[in-house]
Design a protein around this ligand. Structure first.
Ligand code: UDP
Ligand code: MG
Length: 330
């Protein structure tokens, strides 16, 4: 059976979500590029949602300026840094568009590619995501880590997250509504999108180096995102703990068996405080690791049940009243 997808047409509103953390050096340029590429002459109405994720530089002032001069600009200023994933979520909850794009503020996700993604969407795709052909500006080490991580994650989850994709994508309203309705606090957006399914198309693009400023993802932050990705999409680490338990019990049993055989069938003893110490240390270490794994999950359950808001907003500009935020959190 072949499914046919109706092509989309007609007047539509396009929302573009741009999370910004300390992007004073590029944000004006980004806005200009967006305006040039998607503003004039497009059959889509435009809504530009900039989320200031607790910037410490003048990003918010620049965004206020942009908003003053351009009624298509909306600004959501979060009360502190909540992370890119939460910033994107805040944007999704406030987006009114029939079709919604998410992109980085540093022009590494070229606005021109959004045009191609929109074409995919018009042809009936629910999600068009950017697939990086080159990752300029990323070190070999970072690239290697990222690839290894996704292979590892995909090997034990139901959903498959493309290794060379980031948060750059265009989504239909249906997908946005689905994401907004997901109640979890641990927002790993690309995992949630992969989990949601729908009709997804890849759009390959050359990823340029950052236009200005510095990456906000140092190794520590990448690790945080990686752990969040694994733990919020899989129970495999817990299963691994059980498996290790069985394995060490097996080893211990064979050890006992060996000792008894030596004791009863020969004249020798198995000597060995060293062996004893190694065994105790090994088991102690293993137990700590397993408790750690369980603890990570319990910690996450704790954060979920506290039901604190996902983020706090200190300022919202450019939203007309009545277009309130959707979603379970706020
Ligand atoms: N970002 C954010 N909050 C954070 C970290 C990053 O809103 O805590 C934004 C950042 O401003 C940029 C995007 O997320 O628009 C991607 O960050 P970055 O370019 O530093 O990551 P990279 O491209 O190096 O992976
Ligand atoms: Mg970047």
């Amino acid at each position: 059976m072949t499914l046919s997808y109706p092509a989309r047409c007609g007047p539509n509103l396009l929302s573009i979500i741009v999370p910004c953390l300390d992007e004073e050096e590029v944000i004006r340029e980004t806005h200009q590029r967006l305006d040039t590429v998607l503003g004039e002459g497009s059959e889509l109405d435009l809504e530009l949602i900039y989320i200031d994720d607790g910037s410490r530089d003048s990003t918010l002032e620049i965004l206020r300026d942009l908003q003053r001069d351009d009624s298509r600009v909306r600004v959501i200023a979060l009360s502190r840094n909540f992370g890119q994933q939460v910033a994107i979520t805040a944007g999704l909850q406030s987006a009114a568009g029939d079709v919604v794009a998410v992109m980085d503020a540093d022009l590494q996700d070229p606005p021109e590619v959004i045009l191609e993604m929109l074409e995919c969407w018009r042809q009936g795709a629910d999600i068009a995501y950017g697939l990086r052909v080159t990752r300029d500006g990323k070190t070999k080490f970072k690239r290697w880590i990222v690839h290894g991580f996704y292979r590892f994650l995909n090997s034990f989850t139901d959903s498959s997250i493309p290794p060379d994709a980031g948060e750059f994508r265009v989504m239909d309203r249906v997908v946005v509504d689905t994401l907004v309705a997901m109640p979890e606090r641990d927002r790993f957006v690309r995992g949630m999108v992969a989990w949601a399914g729908f009709r997804q198309e890849a759009v390959a693009y050359q990823r340029p180096v950052r236009s200005a400023g510095e990456t906000k993802y140092r190794l520590g932050k990448m690790l945080d995102l990686a752990v969040s990705g694994i733990l919020s999409f899989s129970l495999t680490p817990l299963r691994l703990a059980t498996f290790m338990g069985f394995l060490t019990s097996g080893l211990a049993l064979s050890g006992i068996f060996y000792v008894l055989v030596v004791r009863f069938l020969t004249d020798a003893w198995v000597p060995g405080w060293a062996m004893l110490l190694i065994t105790i240390l090994f088991l102690g270490g293993l137990q700590m690791v397993i408790i750690g794994v369980i603890g990570e999950y319990i910690g996450r359950i704790y954060m979920e049940v506290k039901r604190r808001p996902l983020y706090l907003v200190k300022e919202r500009l450019g939203f007309t009243s009545g277009r309130s935020m959707k979603g379970p959190e706020n």
